[in-house]
Design a protein around this ligand. Structure first.
Ligand SMILES: Cc1ncc(COP(=O)(O)O)c(C=O)c1O
Length: 349
């Protein structure tokens, strides 16, 4: 054990991202990426990018992108922060809004990066255990400096009603980050809360509905003072030139994003029907993935057997999640392959 490393860093595990297999034969339904390519405008933007310009630093404040995002959601560029993926913006929030004796809250289960961010900051993690069937009930005297609320939630895919979220934001004493990574696949969003409340930030990513997980672009919308504080603590040039140009192209093609979402939602409907017909319990999904409990076979065994057949889904061990699998919605063909394999495995028990 090296004597040079902080004790808190030695003690922590770090975040474990989903596996990225190199074999192209693998049907990859484990990290909620899009099975479809991004807008053709992204390809065009890449082709028209002059390599010569890469000798210059990028715009440190991504102004063109912030203008575009303000145009999409309302507000002004002062209400928008751009990050190197929404993961970076989550980390910056954990640094900007939590004193050293503060606490970070989040649902349990939820996005597994949040507790890691609390560990990095060496502040208290204050998870809120979800109830039976992952229903949300907040302890009456709950307090934290910052609450990360994934909405719709992951890995469950469930969206809590906006009325409940609004009421929570109105009484919570700290900053609430509404992590809307999957919201384009949902019924409703909470962007208006970011505009109305001085303690609410809404976070979005281009990784899911825009099919650009490889690009690394996330953004935050909210009150100007909170946004300004994120700018103060970010890396000097946190979003590179290529990403700024291509993300602008993607955000300018809303029709493409909506078409991808519609396709994925249609496949989601069919996959839910197929799995339910087999006896799976499928939670109502407002995302590009399903949270399911298989019949007659344990989730761990089904995960392992699917993997042997080159179908990769996500399994989270642990008391709250071990009975379930999270399955990303892929193409129709990929989902048919999954359903076919699962049918045989479930029958065999
Ligand atoms: C709830 C949630 N928030 C944020 C992210 C990270 O997104 P990004 O790719 O923008 O860093 C993910 C990725 O899976 C996620 O599930």
């Amino acid at each position: 054990m090296s004597p040079y490393i902080k004790k808190s860093v030695l003690a922590m595990q770090g975040y474990t991202p989903g596996e990225q297999p190199t074999d192209p034969q693998v049907i990859k339904l484990n990290t909620n990426e899009s099975p479809y390519p991004p807008s053709p405008a992204v390809q065009k933007a890449l082709q028209s990018l002059k390599v010569e310009t890469l000798r210059l630093y990028p715009d440190p404040v991504s102004l063109a992108l912030r203008r575009k995002i303000a145009e999409l959601h309302g507000g002004t560029p002062d209400n928008v922060f751009i990050g190197n993926g929404s993961d970076e913006t989550l980390a910056l929030c954990s640094r900007a809004f939590v004193e050293d004796n503060g606490a970070i809250g989040y649902f349990e289960p939820s996005y597994s990066l949040y507790p890691v961010l609390a560990q990095i900051r060496t502040v208290t993690a204050r998870p809120v255990a979800l109830g039976p069937d992952f229903a949300w009930a907040m302890p009456a005297d709950y307090q934290a400096s910052l609450f990360f609320m994934t909405t719709p939630n992951a890995p469950t895919g469930i969206q809590y009603p906006k009325t409940a979220i609004r009421a929570f934001c109105a009484r919570f004493p700290g900053v609430i980050v509404l992590d809307e990574a999957y919201v384009d696949f949902a019924r409703e969003h909470c962007m208006d809360l970011a505009m109305e409340c001085d303690n609410v930030l809404v976070l979005r990513t281009l990784s899911k509905s825009y099919a650009l997980a490889g690009l690394r672009l996330g953004y935050v919308v909210g009150a100007a003072p909170l946004i300004e504080s994120l700018f103060k603590i970010k890396d000097s040039y946190n979003v590179d030139r290529i990403t700024q140009a291509t993300a602008l192209a993607a955000l300018s093609d809303q029709a493409h994003m909506r078409a991808l979402v519609a396709r994925i939602k249609a496949t989601r409907r069919q996959t839910i029907a197929d799995l339910e017909q087999m006896g799976f319990r499928v939670f109502p999904s407002e995302t590009n993935f399903l949270w399911v409990k298989p019949p007659r076979i344990s989730a761990a065994d089904l995960y392992r057997h699917l993997r042997e057949q080159n179908i990769l889904v996500r399994y989270f061990p642990g008391p709250r999640t071990q009975d379930y699998l999270r399955i990303t919605i892929g193409t129709d063909e990929q989902m048919q392959a999954l359903v076919k394999a699962a049918r045989v495995l479930v029958k065999a028990g």
